[in-house]
Design a protein around this ligand. Sequence first.
Ligand code: CIR
Length: 253
Amino acid sequence: MFSRAIVRAPSTSIAQGLTSANLGSVDYARACKQHQNYVDTLKQLGLEVIELPAINTFADAVFVEDVALVTPDFAVLTLPGAPTRQGEVEHMRPTIESIFDVVEYISAPGTLEAGDVMLADKHFYIGLSDRTNQAGADQLIEIVSRYGYSGSVVDMSEMLHLKTGVNFLDDNRYLVTGEFVDHPAFSEFDCIEVAQDEAYAANSLYINGTVLVPAGYTKTLKQIQALGYTTIEVDTSEFRKIDGGLSCLSLRF
Ligand code: CIR
């Protein structure tokens, strides 16, 4: 069960965020509104939300998920593979160090963005993406093994982050799309395939029995509801323009 979440307000420079999408420019005011709605939804689910101020010099800083990994037992401050995002970590450090007794760090030559890290029970899947390298993954596996967790790497070549295309719900269930459909790393699990034209909705977010689903992905919404989950649609259209989704916007613990 999650009881808390950390979020950061969108930067005024958010329209300069890194992107491979061709969906137009982010509207800052609309991004702020969508972010507030996201925060309200987390609160509605009973989470205490720690709301950090915007850092306007870092366009992508709203995506707090990439700069830290949090668990009930420890936290890890990462080293993003995107050079323009590395400075975000120093801004997250005081918050993480004030909340967690045990804080670990990823260091060069390792790089790791926690959007590439998916926890399922006590096992971490770590995507080897353009942002997370083998050295970063090796460091993380060594760290988590000291706290009773395990980790393994997942080969990938197409998506930005692991959780862009695969997300753990519960009960051994995963939402998968694109290169993660029939991926050997997840062959033993109950994989729910998200249609190619709704691939963005593979980044739906399970929180304490409810699944947040990005607004507008009807097929995926129905698939998730058919499994018996309560769902809440959350509009993230502005964040999608810079490759961000529901999970990227918070750290949950
Ligand atoms: C980036 O390219 O780093 C941001 N524009 C999007 C980050 C999305 N984060 C995530 O998937 N965990």
